[in-house]
Design a protein around this ligand. Structure first.
Ligand code: NAP
Length: 280
């Protein structure tokens, strides 16, 4: 029986054990998956402990994703690019770090029928989740990306890191959001605005009216299932998708790394969605 878990602080809210155990069962894998609260200052100590306790691997959430980068023997291309690790595989003496956030996002976007080739995209937010999203948007053929963020220093730093070609940034003013939306076909929300348990909400969603043709609006938030942003976008006739698909697919890609095999994605997704029913 191989031991797996998710680490984080806090970790109690994590849906990973629910999702992973449902997929492990559906795939017939001989694994257990738990949750470990590990403080931010204890990432390296946890890695030693995980090796001693015979873990085959673990997922990492806040605040460990960046801390793990220098602790890996080998990093995947995406982990190197994002400077972030959410999947650690302990293979004998070799520790491999990967990030499935970007590919999970891309797969969920494709499933929602939001193709990127030749599109201009307005990204809202420049926090931890925005980075893999921006890299993948560029890789998958988005022509122009405008990133809007409340704090200018943060968005400037992120654009510099991702590479400024084809990128622009603006603040959260109504005027700038409307101008950027008018030149875009897709909007991706990477802010926490509208998320259950947070106070923040978009003050003005009129920029959605400016979105070109049948636009697409993808919200990384999955709780609530339909944010005010998505509800308004749907009323305006845009395609919409929430972040549940991204959450599930990053989990499927992680389990494939742990199991070192390709899994039946559709079956894994169905098992995860069934397990999550009533939990998000
Ligand atoms: P983060 O690093 O804390 O970034 C939060 C972002 O939201 C920043 O851009 C921040 O702007 C913005 N923001 C927060 N409050 C705001 C307000 N009142 N007005 C304007 N902007 C505000 O968080 P994160 O890790 O990137 O996560 C962002 C969201 O994505 C969360 O809701 C999270 O649940 C979701 N997420 C979903 C998945 C998935 O699998 N579906 C994966 C990762 C994250 P400033 O820079 O100005 O503070």
């Amino acid at each position: 029986m191989r031991k797996l878990c998710v680490i984080g602080d806090p970790v109690e809210h994590s849906l990973s054990p629910l999702i992973q155990n449902a997929m492990i069962k559906a795939a017939g894998l001989d694994c257990t998956y738990g949750a470990q609260r590990v403080a931010g200052c204890d990432t390296a100590a946890w890695l030693l402990q995980a090796r001693e306790e015979g873990y085959a691997g673990f997922n990492a959430t806040m605040p460990h994703k960046e801390h793990l980068v220098p602790l890996m023997d080998e990093l995947s291309e995406d982990a190197k690019l994002f400077q972030s690790v959410n999947t650690v595989c302990i293979r004998g003496n070799h520790i491999y770090g990967h990030s499935t956030d970007g590919e999970g996002f891309l797969q969920a976007l494709r499933q929602a029928g939001m193709e990127l080739e030749g599109k201009n995209v307005l990204v809202l937010g420049a926090g931890g989740a925005a980075k893999p999203v921006m890299y993948k948007l560029k890789q998958a053929g988005a022509v122009k990306i405008v990133v809007a963020n409340r704090t200018p220093e943060r968005v400037q730093a992120l654009c510099k890191q991702v590479g400024e070609e084809g990128m622009d940034w603006c603040d959260f003013s109504r005027e700038n959001l409307c101008r950027s939306a008018a030149q875009s076909q897709l909007v991706i929300n990477c802010t926490s605005l509208g998320m259950t348990g947070t106070e923040g909400q978009f003050a003005d969603l009129s920029f959605l009216q400016e979105l070109k043709g049948e636009g697409g609006v993808f919200d990384l938030i999955y709780s609530p299932a339909q944010t005010k942003l998505l509800q308004t976008a749907q009323e305006l006739g845009h395609k919409t998708a929430n972040g549940l698909g991204m959450l599930i697919w990053q989990g499927i890609y992680s389990l494939e790394q742990f199991a070192q095999t390709q899994l039946d994605g559709a079956a894994m997704e169905a098992a995860a969605r069934q397990a999550l029913e009533g939990n998000v």
